[in-house]
Write a protein that binds this ligand. Structure first.
Ligand SMILES: [Zn+2]
Length: 453
């Protein structure tokens, strides 16, 4: 696997040239890139060859002609899906068995996995073109102000990533990979696993001196915000980068209030392992799709397009810069809304607002409750989690701050939860204490409420 600066520059110059040409040039480039990808997929991927048998000639194909694909189908046919027959699912999984291999390429590719929070984890194959694309298009699309921040932040103190450390996730793996391929371009990063106890993370952060930036999941940032509010966390970072979950405006307000040191604000990155760079946030705060290389479609439950301005049920992505593992009209399960009006920043690229995944609701009997119905904060606890173990039985898991009477803390939390159930007419629900620590998703995300699967 080789990282080419020349190809990176090619992406950058091409990206600038396409944007200069406005809508017409963007759409022409997108169609050209789409047909190139379809041709490769037809020629080299047995899965797509079969899927596209009935379709017209590639140079006549339009996006809507193509069937929607899903993670389950593609993972099931993994060895027939890739356009390079030399890498098998068994090889990729074996490579990922050892954490020593995190960010270490396997032949021409890097491999990562998704968290699997929506079912089976997917194995994602990253050729060097993906990395060249990320660097090249960042240079082409980020504003002057954003590029200046990127430069300044590298020298402003320690840069930290807090993310899942129990698997080959792109969050921590990409930086290791860049150190391996292009050490001069890679940032120096301090990694903290999201799975470790909060007290340990707080201590580690407090002992770091000046922190420039922290890359983090919003759910973890919510916990750090609480720690800062309580006075236990003393850091004064200049920038937060959040990714991997929906970042609400409520949380943004709280973070900005308790961290007045945020000179460069909070950058909200919308991406997934399948498509590591799909949009850029402009100075007006909107997400713009990298339409020359990524097709993002807002669709309803029948996978039909929804008009701009309306909230979609899910979204489909087509990743035009990864020819090794084609993602074409791939359902990513996110809900979003394209803006009707063009953005004030003047960008010719379409902009959208992300609403996140459909909230994970809790079902008890005939009652459906939002996780937001429960107040799971307690002054003597760092993390509180409510787990549904059977339809009418719940347990509370918590990381406490060494209170004098832990049972009393649990009792108070349980009372507040039980009150929510009774308010909703559920009197037979049992809520008990669990001694087990809170559960995290495979990629280290913390969900306050875990409904029965
Ligand atoms: Zn804009």
């Amino acid at each position: 696997m080789n990282f080419s600066l020349i190809r990176t520059l090619g992406y950058c110059i091409g990206g600038i040239w396409t944007a200069w040409g406005g809508r017409e040039r963007i759409e022409a480039k997108q169609l050209k890139n789409l047909r190139r990808l379809i041709q490769t997929a037809r020629n080299k991927s047995p899965y797509f060859n079969k899927l596209y048998t009935h379709l017209p000639e590639t140079n006549l194909i339009k996006l809507n002609d193509l069937p929607v694909t899903s993670k389950v189908d593609l993972m099931d046919k993994f060895d027939n899906w890739l356009t390079d027959r030399s890498l098998t699912l068994a090889q990729a999984r074996k490579h990922m068995d050892s954490m020593d291999n995190l960010g270490v390429p396997i032949g021409e590719y890097a491999v990562f996995r998704t968290s699997g929070s929506s079912g089976e984890p997917a194995v994602i194959v990253i050729p060097s073109s993906v990395l060249e694309f990320i660097f090249g298009l960042s240079l082409a699309r980020l504003s002057k102000k954003q590029l200046q921040i990127e430069r300044k932040i590298k020298k402003a103190g320690t840069n930290v990533i807090i993310t899942g450390g129990n698997g080959h996730f792109a969050g921590a793996g990409l930086h290791k990979l860049m150190h391996f391929l292009a050490p001069r371009l890679a940032e120096k990063i301090t990694f903290i696993p999201a799975e470790q106890p909060i007290g340990k993370t707080v201590k580690q952060l407090n002992g770091m001196g000046q922190i420039a930036s922290i890359m983090i999941y919003p759910s973890m940032l919510a916990i750090l915000t609480r720690e800062k509010e309580a006075g236990r966390l003393t850091i004064e970072p200049k920038l937060f980068k959040v990714a991997g979950e929906t970042f609400t405006s409520e949380l943004r307000g709280r973070v900005e209030k308790v961290f007045p040191s945020l000179e460069y604000g909070i950058v909200d990155i919308y991406a997934c392992t399948e498509c590591l760079f799909m949009a850029f946030k402009c100075d007006c705060g909107r997400q713009h799709v990298l339409e020359d290389w990524v097709i993002l479609e807002a669709v309803d439950e029948n996978k039909q397009p929804v008009p701009d301005g309306e909230l979609s049920t899910t979204a489909l992505i087509t990743v035009l810069y990864n020819h090794v593992q084609p993602f074409i009209r791939y359902d990513i399960g996110d809900r979003l809304r394209f803006y009707r009006e063009p953005c004030a920043c003047g960008s010719p690229f379409r902009s959208f607002q992300i609403e996140g995944r459909q909230a994970t609701v809790v079902r008890v009997g005939n009652v459906t409750l939002s996780p937001l119905a429960f107040d799971l904060e307690h002054e003597s606890a760092q993390r509180v989690q409510l787990v549904q173990t059977s339809e009418f039985v719940f347990e509370v898991r918590a990381e406490l701050l060494n209170p004098d009477n832990p049972d009393q803390v649990f009792e108070q939390i349980i009372q507040s939860i039980s009150a929510v159930f009774s308010k909703n007419g559920l009197v037979d629900v049992k809520v008990g204490k669990s001694d087990a620590p809170p559960l995290l998703t495979a990629s280290g995300k913390f969900h306050e409420v875990i409904p029965l699967k």
